[in-house]
Design a protein around this ligand. Structure first.
Ligand code: PBG
Length: 323
């Protein structure tokens, strides 16, 4: 035999020498959940190890993460049911929970990167990412709210606006609103190919944001479609997105690779709540090795072509590799 591929696997040194994919904490963004009140920390039952924090405790948690080398965060707000309404007006209240959190975080940790979520669902009494009328999700009317929400977040100090709503034209609209108000330096990380997935359940538990009726299939993508991701990506590029995201990650590795090979922009992948929950649940039963599965999953997402990974494992991974 002239070719024996095993020769390149024969020792740990040789294996690392020929390793093709690198995973580092620098690539990870940690999604975090913020709630109102003080001195509050509640675990999310379907996401073991992940908590909702009131702002004071969130700041302590961020300090611990920064200590571990995590500098990028994607916060999501848990909004009081009483403040939710059909048009999500609380989303652009500058004194609301989310903008207040952004200001406090940037005050205490100016160097930390915040990629803030833009979508109606945390604020909507209907639990949808857009305004609902007679069972339909209104696109253009929703854009108006998304623009106001993005501007409020930019004014509070957000570094990156991350629209997760999947309305048509939202990247262009948000870009225009930001630029018209002098926020030309605020970036947009678009949820470009966001699929109507079964894997968002634990996240909706965390935010208590499940749709009150219907599903999200008229705006989120059909899991069966790949070419359609190119249509979404072309639009996001034209409309001024700085980074393109695929979501979820592990069941959509082909889409990550497709976008990575087609576009020069950085590609992000959202390793979502259900993906995290599956690993945790199987590990709790003793059916898989949690640590190995975590590293294998994150490595696979990078191998598929993701430059950036949003993952609930960020802190656990950072603690694992911290020397
Ligand atoms: C909604 C939103 C969702 C997630 C992020 N933003 C859920 C949904 O579309 O219903 C899911 C993230 C996760 O599951 O970790 N705008």
């Amino acid at each position: 035999m002239l070719r024996r591929p095993r020769r390149n696997r024969k020792s740990a040194v040789i294996r690392s020498m020929v390793e093709e994919t690198w995973l580092s904490v620098d690539h990870l963004v940690f999604p975090i959940f913020v709630i109102g009140g003080e001195n509050k920390r509640t675990e999310i039952p379907s996401m073991p190890g992940i908590y909702r924090y009131s702002i004071d405790l969130l700041l302590e948690e961020l300090a611990a993460c920064v200590e571990l080398g995590i500098h990028s965060f994607a916060p999501f707000p848990v909004i009081d049911e009483k403040l939710k309404n059909p048009t999500g007006t609380e989303s652009y209240n500058p004194e609301g929970l989310f903008p207040t959190m952004i200001r406090k975080v940037k005050e205490q940790f100016p160097e930390v990167m915040l990629a803030t979520d833009v979508a109606l669902d945390p604020y909507s009494s209907d639990g949808h990412d857009g305004i609902v009328k007679n069972g339909e999700i209104l696109n253009d009317e929703t854009l108006e709210v998304l623009g106001k929400m993005a501007l409020t977040q930019a004014q509070a100090g957000a570094d990156i606006i991350a629209p997760s709503d999947m309305m048509d034209g939202r990247v262009g609209h948000i870009r225009n609103v930001l630029d018209a108000n002098g926020h030309t330096d605020v970036s947009i990380m678009s949820y470009t190919a966001k699929y109507a997935s079964s894997l968002y359940g634990p996240f909706r538990d965390a935010l208590d944001s499940a749709p009150k009726s219907g599903d999200k299939k008229t705006y989120q993508m059909n899991p069966a479609n790949r070419s359609e991701a190119l249509i979404e990506a072309d639009l996001d590029v034209e409309e001024g997105a700085d980074m393109l995201m695929v979501k979820p990650a592990l069941m959509y590795l082909d889409v990550i690779r497709l976008l990575k090979d087609t576009y020069a922009l950085p590609i992000a992948a959202y390793h979502v709540s259900g993906e995290y929950a599956m690993v945790k649940a199987a590990a709790q039963k003793g059916w898989i090795n949690e640590q190995q599965c975590m590293v294998e999953g994150l490595t696979s997402i990078r191998r598929a072509g993701a430059d950036i990974i949003l993952t609930y494992f960020a802190k656990q991974y950072a603690a694992l590799v911290k020397k």
